[in-house]
Every structure is written in C-alpha cells, then in structure tokens.
Design a protein around this ligand. Structure first.
Ligand code: MLT
Length: 404
C-alpha cells in the first residue's frame, strides 16, 4: 500500500485564490444579472505589447521551418535571453551578475515554490506577515513548518515578521535567528516597500547570521521612488546571501504566457557547497527549459520598442492604482501602497474582518478584492485591491464603493 505525503493534509483550506474564485462563482450563479468587477487576483488585463507579439509571431514561423526549428531549449535558458536579462536588469544597474547566474524558468510562482527543495528539512523560514501564500505553503508541503494553530493561524516552526501600519509595513529583524528569509519587495500584498538603505540592513543581517534571503522582485517594474532598490544585488554583499526571483508576468503581462527567472550567484555557498550548482542540477533533472517562442518574447521585452511599450503599460496600471487609492481616501478609507506597486492595501471599516468585508463588497458593490487575512494573521482587518484591472473597471469599482 502506498503512502501519501502527509504534509499535504496539514494545509488549511485551499489555495487563497482558488477559494476566492469558488466564492465568486457561487455568487455569480446565484446572481446572474450582476456585473462583477474583479480586482482580486493580480492578473493583468492589457494585451501583450506589439513588439512582443511581433517576436512571438516570428518565433512561431521559425518553428515551421526545418532550418530554424527548435526542439528542447537549453535547460537553464537560451543565451540570447540570459544575456539580455543580465545587460538590462543587472549590468545597467552596476550589479556584477553574469549570464550563467540566470536560470530561466516558466515563471516566478514555480521558482518561489520549488526553491525550498535546496534546503534541509529542519531549517527555519522567516516570512513577512502578511505574505504571498506560496512561500509558506510550499514549505508546509515539504514538512518544515511544524504544526498549524487554527486560532492564531500560525505554524509553530515559522518565524513571522508582522508588517502592519504600526511599523509602516517594514519587517523588523526577528528575535529568533532564521535560516531562510523570504522578502517580496515591492510587497505583495501590502503594495508597500522599503528603501535601499533598509534593504542593505537585511543583507548585512543575513551575511552576519549566515542566513539566506529569497528575494522576490516580481513587482520591480512598478517602483517609482528613487531610493528603492530595483534588485537586491544593488546592495553590497548580496551575492553571498541572496537568491533573486523575477517574473515577466507583471512587467510584461506574461501571466498567461509564462516566463520568469531566478538568479543564483556563484558566490552563494552553504558550508562550501554551491547553491548555483545545486539549482543547476535540479533544473537539469526536473525542467526542460521554457519554450523557445516564449524566450524570444522575453528577449523582446528588452528591445527598445518593447521597453517603451511596457513603460506605457506600467503607467496605465499605476494610473489605476492612483484612481483606486484616491477614491478610497475620498470614501474615508485608510489606504496604503499603490506608489511602488500595483496593489492597494486598505484597512477594513468598522472593525470588519477581512472576509466580512469581502462578502460585503461582493454583495453590495459587486466588486471582488482579496481578504488580507488570506495572506496571514497580520493581514486580518485589511483588504487588497489590484490595479491590474482595466481603467474603466477601476473607475467604476470606485464609484460603486463610494456610493455604499
Ligand atoms: C496575486 O494576486 O497575489 C498574484 O497574482 C498571485 C501570483 O502572482 O501568483
């Protein structure tokens, strides 16, 4: 008789966005006449930029010709894409990352979930609270998080770093020393971020304590303030303590195209063992490379036309962020984020729980958002709206909310 991985049984409920989708589907079935505005999951709504579509078409045509056909991609990524990433995302910012430190993948979500395979079963992770659920859930599946307390909504072997309005959403160094620290900056879900000087303190802390930082930079393209780092490798010493995960979903609209990459510097060693070599070994065994046509699309993200078009797309979403933020403030809400990230984080009114507010908004304004408590216990009493909707829907949603 086979046995299952019992750790899966420990996971409370389903994945946050699946739960929301189920609730919204039930509401739509019961109220087919209602026009729902979805500002829940951070899924993009604008079409892929023309320069990228052109590259995709060209790559598809190449696949039709025996002379230019491509089979398996190199498992770590095509050089044309790794070189474009390094030149634009790192060397242009003065970071000494090299092309062979870039591991191209099918997206940041997979990498965020898979990266924990590199660590021992007894390590202790630290996460911001609230947090993108993938970091914790993937460690639960690996049996690393201890037991779950439904009252506190906390795992016994996870170190939580509360990020609330009381500390300006800036995580503080935990009392107990973690082995691996997950940081997502600019932050999902709070839409807030920290300065480069504050990030440098985390890098110094990790190097001092012998900890590793998993740095999720999925929302980097939305940074608007000058004192915010665009990559953790802008901080001195990051190459000996940090892995960076990047996505093409949010900066280039690839949520349905799927492309991401992870940087594992060669200087990153644990007791003399190279994490770069381990990740290369894992990639080689478990991954056959992102599709050629998608990697060509990724390359076009860095073309002059691609960069100009994506700058406009980011500005479009940030205009939505501003509409949502301003509208909420006018309606009397306490609002955070939305300046360096496409998420707006609000305090629920009248002591409502996050899920009560979710139901209230769905039923009375037919607007879908994400309950803050779904991201962790310190998210209770908060709520997230995404700026990734259309402009028209963002305006309409705010009109409905203001009218409540
Ligand atoms: C979110 O809404 O938090 C994100 O879209 C989820 C993701 O990127 O996987």
């Amino acid at each position: 008789m086979y046995q299952i991985n019992e750790n899966y049984q420990k996971l409370p409920g389903s994945y946050l966005f699946s739960t929301i989708a189920k609730k919204v589907n039930a509401f739509t079935q019961a109220n087919p006449d209602k026009n729902i505005i979805r500002l829940g999951i951070g899924d993009v709504t604008q079409p892929i930029a023309p320069a990228i579509i052109e590259a995709l078409h060209k790559a598809v045509d190449e696949m039709a010709d025996p002379a230019t056909f491509h089979g398996y991609a190199p498992d770590l990524g095509y050089d044309f894409l790794r070189n474009a990433i390094v030149k634009n995302d790192y060397q242009a910012r003065g970071c000494a990352i090299e092309a062979d430190e870039i591991f191209v993948s099918d997206g940041a979500k997979s990498d965020s979930g898979n990266i924990q395979e590199l660590f021992g079963p007894d390590i202790r992770i630290a996460v911001c609270d609230p947090v993108y659920p993938v970091y914790v859930d993937s460690n639960v599946m690996a049996g690393r998080t201890g037991t779950y307390n439904p009252d506190t909504q906390m795992w016994s072997n996870v170190i939580y770093m509360p990020c609330t309005r009381e500390n300006n959403f800036v995580p503080e160094f935990p009392k107990e020393t973690p082995d691996v620290i997950y940081l997502c900056l600019p932050n999902n879900p709070t839409g807030t971020t920290i300065t480069k000087a504050q990030l440098q303190e985390w890098v110094d802390y990790a190097n001092k304590e012998g900890a590793l930082i998993i740095y999720d930079g999925a929302y980097e393209a939305y940074i608007s303030e000058a004192d915010v780092a665009h990559t953790i490798y802008e901080c001195e010493g990051a190459q000996t303590c940090a892995i960076e995960i990047k996505s093409f979903s949010k900066n280039a609209g690839f949520t349905g195209v799927r492309l991401g990459y992870t940087v594992v510097p060669k200087d990153l060693k644990c007791n003399g063992v190279s994490l770069h070599d381990m990740w290369a070994r894992r990639h080689g065994t478990k991954f056959n490379g992102a599709p050629y046509i998608v990697q060509r699309a990724g390359e076009a993200v860095y073309s002059e036309a691609g960069k100009a078009q994506l700058k406009e797309q980011v500005a479009y979403y940030m205009k939505n962020a501003s509409v949502i933020k301003t509208g909420l403030k006018e309606a009397g809400f306490e609002v955070f984020g939305g300046v360096n990230a496409p998420y707006i984080w609000l305090k629920t009114p009248e002591q409502m729980t996050s899920w009560d507010f979710f139901d209230y908004l769905l039923e009375n304004a037919n607007v879908v958002g994400t309950p803050g408590s779904g991201f962790g216990p310190s998210g209770e009493g908060y709520f997230r709206l995404t700026a990734f909707g259309t402009y028209e829907n963002s305006v309409a949603a705010l009109e409905r909310i203001k009218a409540l």
